[in-house]
Design a protein around this ligand. Structure first.
Ligand SMILES: C[S@@+](CC[C@H](N)C(=O)[O-])C[C@H]1O[C@@H](n2cnc3c(N)ncnc32)[C@H](O)[C@@H]1O
Length: 261
């Protein structure tokens, strides 16, 4: 089936090489052109082991380049090749649908122009987080936001569910930052303190990026988050602080006396 596709968007997962699924490997091998974004030099090298001719789009990012412009140029590069009749594979870290605007835009534009385009699922940082921190998003519910989005849209955390906040190292940044934005972390902390107690334990989490390394799990008090060890790979896990109240009328409507397991 892959032969017929004009565009296949794949995710390389989080653990370099190890997370790359079989269908993604096949898509990389079958494509005429491979474009990729790699999280670090080792991932870059691993991609070139699969496809020595793969073209990195990393140079389109820059500290003085608006991220939206970078995304537009990435999509243009991928679409130019599709329009030229090439069968293209576009690979990004993690799951290609998760916090990854250009992948969705490339698929949307390719389809709008009449090309067959498919996105393959992959392991995201959240998948690793659930396993490493023992979180079942179905047990208490869960919500996931980009940290900047969470702040600027005045979103309210529900302290009875799990909360995942992404991109906490680059809060409020429109270009690629050179260092973690500690002012942004302070603002995020203030916003979270509206819904959680200062001593609530949150976890700054970094999934293992290589088969031979361990995840970095840093539990901190919420009010100490601004000085916590945060990197550009960190995701914040905020566990629930309380249990949700039962609504007796709704239990009754389901003819229940207690919550089913
Ligand atoms: C642009 S998003 C890409 C997400 C990716 N597509 C995925 O499926 O996980 C970058 C954000 O993903 C999260 N992330 C990426 N690598 C991670 C890792 N090794 N551990 C934890 N979170 C990670 C962080 O929140 C980071 O700011």
């Amino acid at each position: 089936v892959t032969e017929a596709r004009a565009l296949t968007v794949v995710g390389t997962g989080i653990r370099c090489g190890v997370d790359l699924a079989r269908d993604a490997r096949a898509a990389l091998a079958d494509a005429d052109d491979v474009f990729f974004i790699a999280a670090d030099p080792i991932s870059h090298a691993v991609m070139h082991k699969h496809r020595p001719d793969a073209v990195s789009l990393g140079s389109l990012y820059g500290q003085n380049v608006e991220r939206q412009d970078t995304y537009a140029r990435i999509v243009d590069r991928v679409l130019d090749a599709v329009r030229a009749g090439r069968r293209v594979c576009f690979a990004v870290p993690g799951h290609p649908a998760v916090f990854a605007q250009p992948t969705h835009e490339a698929i949307r534009r390719a389809r709008a122009e009449g090309f067959e385009a498919v996105m393959l699922p992959a392991l995201s940082a959240a998948d690793h987080l659930y396993a490493d921190l023992g979180v079942d998003p179905g047990a208490v519910g869960s919500a996931s936001f980009d940290a900047t989005d969470f702040i600027v849209h005045g979103r309210r955390a529900d302290p009875t569910t799990a909360l995942l906040l992404w991109q906490i190292g680059a809060i409020g940044e429109t270009c690629e930052p050179s260092a973690v934005n500690r002012d942004g972390l302070r603002v995020l902390t203030e916003v979270l303190l509206e819904g959680y107690p200062p001593a609530h334990e949150v976890v700054v989490y970094e999934a293992a990026r290589y088969a031979i390394t361990d995840p970095v799990v840093s539990p901190v008090r919420l009010d100490e988050l601004p000085s916590a060890p945060v990197s550009f790979y960190s995701t914040l896990y905020v566990p629930p602080a309380s249990t949700p109240p039962l609504v007796p009328e709704r239990l009754a409507r389901l003819r229940l006396t207690t919550v089913p397991a």
